[in-house]
Structure formats: structure tokens, C-alpha cells
Design a protein around this ligand. Sequence first.
Ligand code: UT7
Length: 328
Amino acid sequence: MGINILGMGKYLPEQKLKNDDFKKFIDTNDEWIRTRTGITERPMAGWEPTWYMGKQAALAAIENAGIDPKDIGLVISCTATSDFHTPSMASVIQYETGAVNAGAFDLNAACTGFVYALDTARRFLETDESLKYVLVVANEALSRFLDFTDRSSCILFGDGAAAAVVERSSKLYSSVLGSDGSGAQLLCARTLDVAPEVAVESDFEDPFPKMPQHKLLQNGKEVYKFATNALPKSFELAAEKIGITKDDIDWFVPHQANVRIIETAAKKLGVPMDKFVITLDHYGNTSSASIPLALCEAIEKGMVKKGQKLALIGFGAGLTYGGIILEY
Ligand code: UT7
């Protein structure tokens, strides 16, 4: 069983940071950022909460799908940058979009979140016939977790949201979800400390690096190495399951972290770069929102057309990876 993407929508914060704007906080320059990452500017949520961006993207997707939100049976929000530990972003978005008959939960697979969430949606549709539509929302405010004194990471990320309304269909579909938790320390942001009222002395050695609370810490070089293998692997494993090859794919929609990672993956797969949707130049890395933002923009521009075969391939903290091959 496959899925049909009925409609997509996106929301981008009003504020943008251009490469040169970072000179106010750190020793950097436009040329370094452009040549090492491919990024020129990125949207930054100056006032918008994560749930608000998700809600706006979801409303646009619902309108685009032309459905009644009351017919949505499930809302899955993928985010690594929720506004709250609880409630979930999905519960807030479920209420805000009028999806009054839907269950709702959040899913965190970091930048691979949309691949995980879309695949989860398909599995729910397959096993619960009473579900008509699932709303998948990817919403991220990375800027809240960035260390703006760390020049190797703060320039990479952007904020935004994108959403899709999906239904079951008999269209082509394959997926793979993977994780290598041995790399969990390579990209992480802490939540809360032990409360002083209950803290006790212990010999426990925390394997995770010490870091300023909440701030994102990244070993860029190691994540880079993982990413250049994870992207082609995600495609190859999903393609193998249904016996198709790279030549059957019209568009590759990769996680948008660094254009050099995508170029290396394209070379490994033997696929020309003009088959890859690239939006990171103007969005930066928006974590789980990056793949659906790229897909939504490519649909809006008329690049991706109904009936075409797509490969959505991602990687991220965890370290996670995953791929979906589907017909649009
Ligand atoms: O969603 C998953 C997210 N993460 C990723 O995908 C990140 C993967 N990693 C990367 O994209 C790259 O490793 C980075 C973009 C993070 C770094 O690029 P790099 O080519 O690996 O640079 P580097 O870390 O080897 O640094 C080279 C030099 C260093 O200076 P020295 O030691 O050679 O003097 C850095 O201090 O570039 C310096 N540098 C900068 N210079 C100007 C690092 N960041 C900056 C900066 N501006 N923003």
C-alpha cells in the first residue's frame, strides 16, 4: 500500500539572516559560508513559536488538499525543537486547525523526522481503515537552540515549517528507516538538569559532552562523513526492496544540510545534480522541515509533477537516516 499526497503547505518566518549578518556575532564571512555550505540566507523565527509555524503550514496544506479538517484522523508533528516538553506540538496544531476528530502525537527523529513521520502515517493508514486522512507537520525553530558563539554550527540552520495531507493509495511506495546510536553524541542538545532538590553524588560518567543547557553541539566533520554515506544508502536500501534503480527516479529530495554533502551523495549514486531539489541556499538546514519545504517548493514551482517518482532521503541527529520512494 502506498500513499497519495493530497496537498502540501509551508510557512517561513518573516525574518531572514543573510551570511554577512553573522559578522555581528562571530568571525565569519559570506564567502566561507557560501563555498563551504552552499547557504546564502536562512529564515529565523524572531517571534513565531514552533507550533505557530506548524499551524500555518498545516492550514495551507489542508486548503491545498481541499479537504474538511474534520476528516483528518491523525496529526503527526515531527520536531526536534518543540516549544514545550509537554503538550505536544501535534495536539496544539490539531486544535488550531480544527482537526477535531484526530489523534495527535509528536515524533522526534531529528532531521530525518519527516521521512519517519510520513512512513508512520502510511503504516497507520494501512492498519486502520477508519482513518481517511493523516496530517504530517514538520516544524522547527532551530534558532532557539543555537549557540551563536559557535561559528561552525550557528551559520548552518534555519527555521520554518511544511506540512502534507496524505491518504492511502495503491501507488508505488517503499521505505527504510535506520539509526546508528553510536553517533548520538555527535549532534545533541540537552534538556533539563537534575533538580538541585534531588541531586545526589554519583560515580556515573555521562557519555554526552558537557554543553551550555539547550544549546546545540555538533561534531561537524563526523556528521559530514556519516551523511555522505547515509544519503545514498537510504535510497539504495529503499530501492532494492521494490526492485527499482536510480534511473526510475524523477526527483531526489534530500535533507538540506550542506550542498557538498548532496554533491558527494549524487556522485556516489551516479545521479546528476540537476535531479536533486536544492533549497538550502535560501532556507539553510531546517532539520525535519527541510525535505518537505524542498518538496513543497518544487511542487509550487511546477518542477515536481503528479505521476513522477520521488526519492525523499534524509539523515540527522541520532544518528538517524531514512528514505522513502513514492509516486507523487
Ligand atoms: O542535519 C545534520 C546537520 N549537520 C551537518 O550536516 C553538518 C555536517 N558538517 C558540515 O557541513 C561541515 O563539517 C561544516 C560546514 C560544519 C564545517 O565545514 P568544514 O569544511 O568541515 O570546515 P572545518 O570544520 O574543517 O573548518 C575549517 C576552518 C577552521 O579554521 P582553521 O582551524 O582551519 O583555522 C574553522 O575554524 O574553517 C573555520 N570555520 C569558519 N570560518 C569562517 C568554521 N566555521 C567558520 C565560519 N566562518 N562560519
